[in-house]
Design a protein around this ligand. Structure first.
Ligand code: FPP
Length: 282
């Protein structure tokens, strides 16, 4: 048994990110907090607290890898149907985390954006979000987008509402509606579409996350529960992504280009590979 484990670890160490293509935009469904806690005899809320710590580590790893856009799903439009004590805990956790981490986001040059229907959130949380978005708006090392009361279907309907408000004339000329103009009305229209989606926790579905923008995204599913997600899982997912031939519905294989990766970028990747080889998190 130990031999197999060692062999697996040896194999893992050999995955390096040198010369690998890094996604421009990584989307993550952070699933498995509850199971992580319950399997340790702890309350689900402890799992959510641990989940925030894992997210902090991932943010640092993304900065390290110069991965420019990270979008994570913290609370879906459907999550209101969870037990009310879990919902209130999550809402306080979001408030606490934004308050506590704001200075660190600023010092790490991270631009924070919350996506979703914010009108249903408490005024206190809305104010905190506004303050955090305002004070990080000019940052540029990482765009960190967090879905809170977000749903892909809500996003599309919201886009339709904006379209009809901005261009009432289109009601009589629907043929003038273009895909490009419509996508400009959705959340994160200013960013490239996610090129890699990671879902932890063993499920293999999108659960109403970024439906429109995930149309051609590469999907990476792992059984790792979100609190356990570490740099080894990240390296594995990027290695998988880097090996994909992306066709975008065309018939020509567009193998991800490995050109133009600067020495400096590779140096950063070397660091994360080394620390991953020693099984430490960056
Ligand atoms: C899914 O696990 C996780 C959530 C619903 C919450 C995710 C939220 C965080 C990690 C915190 C994000 C932090 C900020 C600052 C916004 P689950 O409870 O569905 O797990 P289960 O499938 O094991 O039950």
């Amino acid at each position: 048994m130990n031999d197999i484990k060692e062999f697996e670890e040896e194999k893992l160490k050999k995955i390096s990110l040198i010369n690998k293509k890094i996604p421009q935009h990584l989307a993550v469904i952070m699933d498995g907090n509850g199971r992580w806690a319950q399997s340790r005899g702890l309350s689900r809320n402890v799992g959510h607290e641990q989940g925030v710590k894992t997210l902090k580590k991932l943010i640092k790893q993304c900065i390290h890898l110069q991965l420019k856009n990270l979008t994570v799903f913290a609370f879906s439009s459907e999550n209101w149907s969870r037990p009310s004590n879990e919902v209130s805990f999550l809402m306080s956790l979001f408030k606490k985390a934004i308050k506590k981490e704001l200075n660190e986001l600023i010092s790490n040059n991270v631009k924070l954006k919350i996506i979703g229907n914010k009108t249903a959130l408490s005024k206190q949380l809305q104010n905190l979000i506004h303050e955090a978005e305002f004070s990080t708006q000019n940052n540029f090392s990482l765009n960190l987008n967090i879905g809170i009361n977000y749903g892909g279907k809500w996003d599309i309907i919201n886009g339709v509402k904006k379209l009809l408000k901005n261009r009432p004339d289109l009601i009589n000329s629907p043929d003038l509606i273009s895909e490009k103009d419509f996508s400009g009305l959705l959340s994160l229209s200013e960013l490239p579409e996610p090129d890699l989606l990671i879902r932890t926790g063993g499920e293999r579905r999108l659960s109403n996350f970024l439906l429109w923008k995930l149309a051609y995204t590469e999907l990476f599913f792992t059984d790792t529960l979100w609190p356990d997600f570490n740099s080894i899982d990240l390296v594995r997912s990027i290695d998988y992504f880097s090996s994909r031939k992306r066709k975008f519905g065309g018939d020509i294989d567009i193998k991800l280009s490995k050109k133009n990766i600067s020495k400096k970028e590779n140096l950063n990747r070397e660091k994360i590979t080394v620390s991953y080889g020693y099984k430490e998190d960056v």
